[in-house]
Design a protein around this ligand. Structure first.
Ligand SMILES: [Zn+2]
Length: 256
């Protein structure tokens, strides 16, 4: 189910609203929203403010991870509200995923091609937002996040819901031999597709789905939201399709 929001060019996940959460993905029209890449800081802050205002939020409500292509997650609380909002240096350091319980801040993450993943536990209002690129996926950030969520909620992963946001598709994601080898040597090698003539291609979103299933989330509670960012770089920023100077779109996971 895709439900475009009237004033934003991205997507929302209506399936989470009945559980008390709102996940919003911004699109290309909202501009670059990340400060961890070369950018005009004041322009990015203004763009963030415009998006957050439409969702009834402000920069003081949100928390942002540094995003270093790791599989590390941090457990955060109300005192972390505002982290990374005004400058990259105040983001929660050295992690690619944030987890919080019901009173915690709204979570915000950025991407151009890497899937952003929301995992929620409706009973307790706990939630996680992850950036799962090639390395984060190889090192299983989704599994780490579910294990942490399990610890803080004492909930069974069968009661979690996950949304895998827009991300690069297999046809758009050929890997070099070295990076392909890392997946060949991992337990996720079945998500690397190789023909005799083409370079190996990675199905990142299928791999993430498989990881979420592996750690106990039922398949009918895992949703793929939105298209390939590279095929649809008219709608989303794509590192592969646009080049390294491209912007980043955002995912915003708020409690309603
Ligand atoms: Zn594609």
């Amino acid at each position: 189910m895709i439900n475009p929001r009237p004033n934003l060019s991205g997507l929302q996940a209506p399936s989470l609203e009945k559980y008390g959460f709102r996940l919003t993905l911004t699109g290309r029209n909202e501009g670059n929203l990340a400060l961890h890449i070369p950018c005009d800081t004041s322009q990015v802050i203004q763009a963030r403010q415009r998006v957050l205002e439409r969702l009834g939020l402000s920069l003081a409500n949100i928390a942002i991870a540094q995003q270093v292509h790791s599989a590390r997650v941090a457990l955060i609380g109300p005192s972390h509200a505002g982290a990374g909002g005004m400058q990259a240096s105040s983001a929660i350091p050295n992690v690619d995923g944030l987890i919080t319980s019901s009173g915690g801040p709204t979570l915000m993450a950025f991407s151009a091609d890497c899937p952003l993943i929301a995992i929620v536990h409706p009973e307790t209002g706990s939630r996680a937002l992850l950036h799962s690129g090639r390395l984060g996926t190889l090192h299983e950030i989704s599994i780490q996040a579910v294990l942490h969520l399990q610890k803080i909620t004492l909930g069974n992963p069968e009661s979690f819901h996950a949304i895998i946001g827009p991300g690069i598709c297999r046809d758009c994601y050929p890997l070099g031999q070295d990076t392909a080898q890392e997946f060949i040597d991992s337990r996720w090698s079945n998500h690397l597709h190789q023909t005799r003539s083409d370079p190996p291609k990675l199905d990142l979103r299928a791999c993430i789905r498989n990881q979420l299933q592996f750690v106990g989330i039922p398949d009918n509670k895992i949703e793929m939201l939105g298209p390939c960012t590279s095929c649809r770089n008219d709608l989303f920023f794509s590192y592969r399709a646009d080049g390294p100077q491209t912007g980043r779109f955002a995912a915003i996971l708020q409690s309603l």
